[in-house]
Design a protein around this ligand. Structure first.
Ligand code: AMP
Length: 419
């Protein structure tokens, strides 16, 4: 039987990778410009890092982790997200001893055992950016500005920035209690999962996709009405700096984000092109995560962009596939060696050129050049070679000209560059 890829794990084929490279290169360019540096983290970590960092009562830890025991009996997990690993690396390498403020980004695959559907996979890719060591709300707005700038640069439109504040350890417990009281009263209207969540993680009810649950909690208390003085001030400043950065936003009091570790600022960028899976990216502040992982008090804020969803939103029409700039159709034994010499030279100079290796007829080689969408074809016959000439055909205009073989590489390069 033919072996196929695992459900929810996708190949990204050559005609798609151009888009992926464009997105990754744009992220690197934008983020580096904002002062961020790349960090690379392992795919596998100790399970404890995620259960402690993300929170036991989250969907990810409860049911979505790819956890296994290695040959030494350690419980390991394929990373379901990047932030916990980035925090671990920052602490493990004492990056704070150089400068407490670290601006880091990461690009790579994540693994969650979710039910695969359009826009939701078991291996998916994220672009993450995090600022560690700065609690100032100015950074919240700066990070969001960088995010929006990046999304626009890759061509996304119809975006809405939504923000909320989730409070902190001082004020969220009071909100949680009020929410629990409310939910207990209407529990008969909630789905089984949500009924269980009332005690385990009541805030998660806002993320429930069941319509009747959403209707039942329409009048639920809002976290924003329970913020302490510090959190209220922080949120006010975030809004003020977003205004200074020239960003429009809407308040979404029901946005709670899936992970336990968020505190204060939470944000999402949603798109109106995606149907139900409409969050392209989300993030927030997590001033308690460092204490969970390393018992130190360091603030952090970050976001994760889902690359599959981002790419599905990018406008069509932009050319990402690279075609050969030149196809050399060599006819006859003697011409092959010459063509081989030239093609090597062109490759060394970064010109994407193709040669027919099979010694086929001119007609068949031209058909192949056409199929590959080569820009130019250099036709090299034994007779022409003897006369020191070759024919260069422009495949767009169908015009062709005879060119001298001396300086042929220069001539071709100039044509390709000027084209
Ligand atoms: P999260 O880490 O859950 O906050 O997710 C951040 C972003 O990653 C989301 O906005 C999605 O775009 C993307 N994402 C999360 N889970 C998946 C998944 N299973 N498949 C594809 N993209 C995902």
């Amino acid at each position: 039987m033919e072996i196929k890829a695992i459900r929810g794990f996708n190949d990204i084929l050559p005609d798609e990778t151009g888009k992926w490279q464009f997105v990754e290169n744009t992220a690197r360019e934008v983020f580096e410009g904002f002062g961020f540096s790349e960090i690379r983290i392992p795919i596998v970590e100790r399970t404890e890092l995620f259960s402690r960092g993300i929170g036991e009562a989250t969907d990810i830890v409860e049911k979505e982790m790819y956890t296994f025991t290695d040959k030494s009996g350690n419980s390991l997990t394929l990373r379901p997200e990047a932030t916990a690993s980035m925090v671990r690396a920052y602490l493990e390498h004492q990056m704070y001893s150089f400068d407490p403020a670290a601006k880091l980004y990461f690009i790579g695959p994540m693994f969650r055992y979710e039910r695969p559907q359009k826009g939701r996979y078991r291996q998916f890719h994220q672009i993450d950016a995090e600022v560690f060591g700065v609690g100032n709300p100015m950074v919240d707005a700066e990070l969001i500005l960088m995010l929006i700038h990046f999304l626009k640069k890759v061509g996304l439109e119809q975006l809405e920035l939504q923000i909320n504040s989730l409070g902190c350890r001082d004020c969220r417990p009071r909100y949680r209690e009020e929410l629990k009281k409310f939910l207990t009263k209407i529990s008969f209207r909630l789905c089984e999962d949500c009924q269980r969540r009332i005690n385990t993680n009541p805030l998660r009810i806002f993320d429930c996709k069941v319509k009747t649950c959403q209707e039942a909690i329409a009048d639920a208390p809002k976290v924003i009405d329970y913020l302490c003085e510090d959190c209220r001030r922080h949120f006010g400043k975030v809004k003020e700096y977003l205004g200074i950065a020239g960003l429009l936003f809407t308040l979404n009091p029901r946005m709670v984000r899936g992970l336990d570790y968020y505190t204060r600022t939470a944000f999402e960028v949603v798109s109106y092109q995606l149907g139900s899976q409409n969050a392209v990216t989300g993030g927030g502040r997590y001033d308690n995560l460092f204490q969970e992982i390393g018992s130190v008090d360091i603030p952090g804020i970050g976001f994760a962009i889902g690359m599959e969803r981002l790419i599905s939103l990018m406008p069509e029409g932009k050319e990402f596939i690279r075609y050969p700039q030149l196809f050399i159709a060599a006819l006859g034994e003697g011409t092959f060696k010459e063509a081989y010499r030239w093609i090597n030279q062109l490759h060394l100079q970064g010109i994407r050129a193709e040669l027919d290796y099979e010694g086929k007829s001119l007609k068949s080689q031209m058909r192949r050049a056409d199929k590959l969408k080569a820009r130019y074809v250099l036709i090299l016959g034994e007779e022409e070679l003897k006369r020191g000439r070759a024919v260069l055909r422009n495949m767009n205009t169908k015009s062709q000209e005879e060119i001298l073989i001396d300086n042929i590489l220069e001539i071709i390069k100039n044509k390709i560059v000027l084209d």
